[in-house]
Every structure is written in structure tokens, then in C-alpha cells.
Design a protein around this ligand. Sequence first.
Ligand code: NAP
Ligand code: G4F
Length: 363
Amino acid sequence: MKNVALITGVTGQDGSYLSEFLLAKGYDVHGIIRRSSVDYRERIAHLEGKPNFHLHYADMSDSMSLVKLVGQVQPTEIYNLAAQSHVQVSFDAPEFTADVDAVGVLRILEAVRTNHLEQTCKIYQASTSELYGKVEEVPQNENTPFHPYSPYAVAKLYGFWIIKEYREAYNMFCCSGILFNHESERRGETFVTRKITLAAARIAQGKQDCLYLGNLDSLRDWGYAKDYVECMWLILQHDKPEDFVIATGVQHTVREFATLAFKYAGIELKWEGEGIDEKGINVATGKVVVAVSPDFYRPTDVVNLWGDPTKAKNELGWNPQTTSFEELVKIMVAHDMQKVAADHVAGVMRINLQEYLEHRENR
Ligand code: NAP
Ligand code: G4F
């Protein structure tokens, strides 16, 4: 039987890497897209037009669109990656977050059941280390109690439990990957890592003066997204449906991430002050290039995520240290140094073209 994957969230960071991974394995890949007034398909533009890659309009908040699409595509595997995935935004849009991130999971499960595919279609749910939230033990593994600490995490907790419920109630092959933070050069620009690497590149090239951040002490277990999508697939190839923690097993603070990113951008930082008054100073110039802003503090923040990937290592044969923290930061900074330089050239060309057109009109 041909492997047919349906990916929700195909335009996102993980969706784009997973599409590449599954296409390389010979899958037919179908992805869900939403209508937008601007072009947001940058991450998958290079895949469009490939014979095995298909895009369909649907929405996680629209049951009928999901039922119809699942019936049409007849997937053998569904990867449910679609979500309002920004934790801070979930405080501003909690109801939307719950609709997409919690009830959306139920809609996918019901779309599979309505089309009588529950014994032939496996489902991967993009679960998260945010479930551990106000952590009750470190490091966190599959048996660590959950304590969600944001509207996003509470919504994702529903997704986790409804997947487990359908697995037991209807004998479906549906599993959650409890993924710790994973980043890349395709990471959304408002997540802290990408915000830092882009700012470091801009500051190094004289395009920005200062980067404003929130909690610098927050600890994360950061991996490389390209390595993590393999795990999503491995979880669905396992002989029985189970949930897995996917993490590197190594923790760093936001401050450490920033220090390294600026170093790779050619700026040595020294830190002075504490809390809201803490500053990152460029040692060479004495200028403040990083400052703290309360705008980026959250009403409740998750501050100590540290994953234990032993189960994934032993049962899936996955290597959690394929890309080290240092390599990850280096990849992201190198990409953003090039991007900032290219944006500068494109900007100069736009100005030159504008000047030329104005000059021609005035002749
Ligand atoms: P992302 O870059 O923010 O992508 C989210 C995707 O969801 C986008 O394709 C987005 O489409 C889509 N989406 C949002 N609302 C939708 C809706 N109503 N209907 C259909 N599609 C919708 O996220 P990511 O980093 O790739 O993460 C993928 C998944 O893993 C998410 O569920 C996230 O919560 C979870 N997760 C991520 C991490 C991480 O560190 N990256 C860790 C643990 C779990 P548009 O492009 O149209 O907005
Ligand atoms: O990069 P973040 O926004 O990621 P967060 O909240 O950990 O969520 C990401 O990872 C989760 C997995 O654990 C996913 F489920 C979720 O979808 C998403 O992909 O923030 C990381 C930390 C936080 O503690 C935050 O308070 O960095 C801190 N931080 C400090 N300054 C900042 C900033 N976060 C952001 N976004 N922007 C800042 O300026």
C-alpha cells in the first residue's frame, strides 16, 4: 500500500522539514493550508510543483473541511502539527488557542473515525514540554506529572489526553510526541532563539541598536528541528502506539543562547546588572546591545525545561545529540548573517529602482 501522509501545519517550521523528510522516503504528502492576505508559504515554496506534494485549503477550526479532506486523501498517516504555537500569544488569544490546539485535535480524530479509517490511519500529535510547565521534577520524562502553566499548555494538555483516550477507547494508533523546544533557521521570528539570532546579525551589520528580551534566566532544552521530525516518523513506525519525550538532555539559559549567538556574529558580550536592569554590553564598543523589557515577561512563565530522551533513544534508536547546542546556534546565526546582508542588498536595489522610476517620470 502506498504511504500517504496528511500534514496539518505544513507551512510551519516542523511541517516544512517533515514534508522534505517524507517526500525523500517516497510518501505522497498532502498539506493543509489557510488563505492569507500575504504570502506565508516561504518555508515550502521549494516543494510546490513536486508531483508527490499536494496542498489543500482547510482549517483546524472547521470540522467539515477536515472530514472532507481526510475522506478525499485517505491518509495512512496524519501528522497533526497545526497550532497557535506561541505561548505568549495564547495569553492574548486564549479562546482561539483552545479551539485550534485542543478541539482541533478532537476534530482530526473524529474526521478519521467518520471516514472509517481508524484501523488503517496512524496519527501523530504534536505535544509539548510545556505540559510540564511549573515543573514538578527535573529532568522530565514520560512519567513526570504535568502542570500546564499557560493557556497554550492547557489546550495542548487536552490534545494529549484526547489522543490517549481514543487510543484506548477505539484501539486507534494515535500517539503524542512530547517535544522539547526545537529551533532552526526556519523558526518563527518572535520565538526567543530566532529573535536573538536575527538581532545579533542586524546589530553586527549596523542595522539595529539594541535587542529587548524578557526573562534571561529561563532554561530550555533546545534541539534542531531537522533532527526532531525524524522522531515524529519513528513514533508512527514503532510496533505499538506510545508517547515519547523528544529532547537533547542538555539545558541552557536564554542568556547563554544570546552570549553564544552574539559571539558567532562577532560581538563579545559582558553582562551587568540584575533583573529588569540587566544589560548585555558589547565589550569592544562599550555599547548596550541587549536590555530587558517587561513587555516580554509572561503572566506565568515556564522556567526549567530539561528533557530525558532515554525512552526514545532505547526504543526508537534515535540519537538526541545529532546537532549540538553550539552547532544549532552557529547554523542559525550563519543563516541570519546572510539573510540580513541579502535584505540590505535587496533594499538598496529597491531604492535604486524607485529613484530610477521617479527620475524617468520627471523627465
Ligand atoms: P509553527 O511554525 O508556528 O507552525 C504552526 C502551523 O500551524 C502553521 O503551519 C500554521 O499555519 C498552522 N495553523 C495554525 N492555526 C491553524 C488553523 N486554524 N488551521 C490550520 N492550520 C493552522 O509551529 P512549529 O514550531 O512548526 O510547531 C509545530 C507543532 O509542534 C505545533 O503544534 C507546536 O505547538 C508543536 N510544538 C512545537 C515545538 C517547537 O519547539 N517548535 C515544541 C513542542 C511542540 P499558517 O502558516 O497558516 O499560520
Ligand atoms: O522561544 P519561546 O517563545 O518558546 P516557548 O515559550 O518555550 O515555546 C516554544 O516551545 C514549546 C516547547 O516547550 C512549544 F510547545 C511552543 O509551541 C513553542 O514552540 O520562549 C522561551 C523562553 C520563555 O521562558 C520566555 O519567557 O524564553 C523566554 N524569553 C525571554 N525573552 C522570551 C523572550 N521569549 C520570547 N518569545 N521573546 C522574548 O523576547
